[in-house]
Design a binder for this molecule. Sequence first.
Ligand code: NAD
Length: 484
Amino acid sequence: MKAQPTASHFINGRYVEDKAGAEMPVYYPATGEVIAVVHEATPAIIDQALSSAKAAQAQWAAMSGTERGRILRRAADIMRARNHDLSVLETLDTGKPYQETSVVDATSGADALEYFGGLAGSLTGQHIRLPDGNWAYTIREALGVCVGIGAWNYPTQIACWKGAPALACGNAMVFKPSETTPLCALKVAEILHEAGLPAGLYNVIQGRGGVGAPLVADARVNKVSLTGSVPTGRKVYAAAADGMKHVTMELGGKSPLIIFDDADLESAVSGAILGNFYSSGQVCSNGTRVFVQKGIKQAFLARLSERLQNALIGDPMDPATNFGPMVSEGQLQIVLNYIAKGQDEGARLVCGGQRLDKPGYWITPAVFADVTDSMAIAREEIFGPVMSVLDFDTEAEALARANDTEFGLAAGVFTNDLQRAHRVAEGFEAGTCYINTYNDAPVEVPFGGSKMSGVGRENSAAAIEHYSQLKSVFVRMGALEAPF
Ligand code: NAD
């Protein structure tokens, strides 16, 4: 299987290669075979991408929002028309099963392009009436050149969630995908230009952290949007602060999912499965600390074990497969280490957690019961298919323990008590909360974290605030007096 792109980078409206950059092999996670080799951006490539973005941005911002939006909406249509091919590429890049990628990745990217394309024409300032006939108005301006840096779990979606609002607001973007999944963002760039995006406005360059860092530090850059881990977020936020750059930080989590005795058992099990094993557990907002009230615990674990028998682990391209491999050998080793640590710390491994004896990065979905709050598997982000089940007695206790974490990305509650559901959602210290559901992320709703899980929001009209700034203009209608 091969998925070699035309070239490593996409700059100023065309593919660009520079073999002086270090090689980055791309592995198909289902087999471990090398399906492509791209090269890291050299300083010359980084400069070329930033110069192109800088040169193209002002003219793009001067176009009407409706014109900009039309291009984004055209790109959304092309993405939908090519959904199959893009989904196959997403599966090759990440290993996620086609059953998921065909309904989640290019489609979610297209939703973002369509949504922000639709908003572009209505981005305006305000008129503000002041005393004595005076007034002020605000102008909503683009920020300039935005840098997007992606994680490896949703490469198409991340490229679009950052690109669409940036472009709608009149910015240019230089996007650096994760070194683990460099392929999909190139297709996003290709499609945007095919839809009529002028050259230079959406550039993709490859590389590891050593390419991300100079992008963040460059004086031509006005905004940085990162999707990644908390340690990387700390570094990128600090580097951006030096140049007083705008930031959006979509970082990691260790989110709680509270299941009360009165919950609908089947739905609660579905929520726990979706919130732990979708994309083989490689989802930032996953509810990996599952607090189950003692009265329902045995029934919950029994039904969960039964339902996990339906996990179909196999060829990710087979539409029946619903559980794929981990993205890389490195990520698989991290997960295996946590499984060993959980057992050492005295948690009970109810099922799963075994590496499959075949090429690729395969592991069975794991459930730990009798987990306590202080165990590493309950405190640290694993980013793999490992569910920790913790017991609780009362609502107050569950909420306090749920919030006892440095993270604040997401949180969920399953209960049939209407008032309790909203009370608990109100009490959660998290940016994205779910009642009787888990991991929904439609483009119309703000998405993002609190505490160490990030700053800023993606999706929805809220994202516009993070890709534009307001200029206030004061207007005096009469003569102006001064003390002397
Ligand atoms: P990572 O932090 O290792 O890398 C993220 C990106 O940052 C990569 O593109 C990497 O090359 C780049 N990078 C690394 N060091 C850098 C530096 N010094 N300067 C600039 N860029 C640098 O994360 P990952 O392993 O790719 O992804 C997994 C993490 O992402 C998890 O913590 C997960 O929770 C998080 N994530 C968050 C969201 C969200 O929306 N909140 C979504 C997906 C993933």
